[in-house]
Each structure stands twice: as C-alpha cells, then as structure tokens.
Ligand binder design. Sequence first.
Ligand code: CDP
Ligand code: CDP
Length: 228
Amino acid sequence: MNKGLQVAIDGPASAGKSTVAKLVAKKFNYVYCDTGAMYRAVTLEVLNQGIDPNDEKAIAEIARQVKIDFEPGESEQRVFLNGEEVTHAIRLPKVAENVSAIAAVPEVRAEMTRQQRQIAEKGGIVMDGRDIGTTVLPNAPVKIFMVASAYERARRRYVENKAKGIDTTSLEELQKAIELRDKKDSTRKVSPLTQAADAVRLDTTNLTIDEVVDKISQIIKKTQDELA
Ligand code: CDP
Ligand code: CDP
C-alpha cells in the first residue's frame, strides 16, 4: 500500500485551493486541513472579544487559548471555535478584512504552525494555505502553488457568496479587497505568501475544478511511485 503523503497547496485568495484540496483528499482518502479557517477563527474570536487589532500581546494570548476543531459536513467542512460552530461566521467580510493583520502577528503564526504540524505529522494529508510549502511543511513531497487572475478569483468568490447567501459587496469591491489581502499576505515579515522553490505552479484561471483535481492527482501518483 502507498504511504499517505503530505500535500501542500498554497496560493492567493480564491485561487481554488480549498475546493480542490477537499476533492483531492477525498480521492486519496487523506485528511484535509484548511489552515485559512484557523486564522479566520482566531480573527473572529479577537473581534468577538472586542480586542484592539493592534494589541499583539492580547491577540497572541487568544491564539494560544482558542480551540479550533474540524468536522466533516455534508457539503463543506464544519469549523468549531471553542465548541461553537463558526463555519459561516468565519466567512463574513469583517473577518476577511481583519484576518491578514491578525495572521501577520508572529506569535499567532508560531502557534498555528505548531498545531498544523501536529495535524500533518502522520502524513496522508492535504493542507492548504499561504506558507505550507515554505514554512509549515518544508519537506512535503508534493507542493502546489495555485494561482488565477485577480478578476477570475473575485468572480468566483462573488458567485460563491451569492449562492451561500453570504453578505457580499460588489464584484469590483470584492476584487479590490482580495488584491489588498494578497498584498498584505505577500509583504508581511513572517512567512509571507511566496512560491516554494520546489513547488509546481498551477494557473487555474481557465481550468475547471475537475481539471485541477486531475492535474494534482497525477502529481501525487507520480510522487508515490517515485517514493515506493
Ligand atoms: O479562502 P481565502 O483564500 O479567502 O483565504 P483563507 O485561505 O481562508 O485565508 C484567510 C487569510 O488567512 C489569508 O488571507 C491569510 O492572511 C491568512 N492565512 C495565512 O496567513 N497563512 C495560512 N497558511 C493560511 C491563511
Ligand atoms: O481556497 P481558495 O480561497 O483558494 O478558493 P476556493 O474557496 O476553493 O474557491 C473559490 C471559488 O472558486 C469556489 O466557489 C470554487 O467553486 C470556485 N472555483 C472555480 O470556479 N474553478 C476552479 N478551478 C476552482 C475553484
């Protein structure tokens, strides 16, 4: 039997990481871990507690205290924060607006990285985020850097929000917000969003979800054969 590999998927907002990562995990019977949801959950708790987004000490304390759990749901993975379901709450615009600042706090990153390494320890995992291939799992044998044009990414998120009934701004505003978040994520000091030297770059602008899943599956199978 093939040993379960660590599969790292990074890239900017709405490139298709989580949708594809979930399907790949299902196909290979791997665990899926959405690290963005972890940073979003910390952000939600910071907002709920009314903590000043500049108070790094208090934010670091929240990151150490919160308990984040995932459970498989019917159509999407369910996320729990201190035992309460926050699957939809972490997708609200107020969370998206603040998450990059919270995720730039070094102690928050250190704590999330520690938890993510623990989750990925046994292999058989597809983990998506911004720094998985560069920082969290630098030895992962499969690394994908997923990109798509900013317009296409905003369009996808807009359609998704509408379908889910999530409060959303105009397509133009959404594109601006996504570009701003990408900029913050790419320019922060600790673990910025960058392509790992050994990652495969995948532009999904003109690809369907199934096509992306197929491409990544082929890479996983090839790597499994090489390591067998
Ligand atoms: O789903 P979307 O692409 O909008 O973002 P996400 O994956 O839910 O991540 C939300 C935010 O968390 C990102 O914009 C980053 O600021 C932060 N993040 C991070 O810093 N490192 C990760 N490994 C994952 C997310
Ligand atoms: O996780 P990330 O923020 O990178 O993106 P996502 O949440 O997986 O994808 C954002 C939206 O784009 C979802 O509604 C997907 O169904 C859609 N999508 C798409 O239309 N075509 C793709 N090739 C990939 C994702």
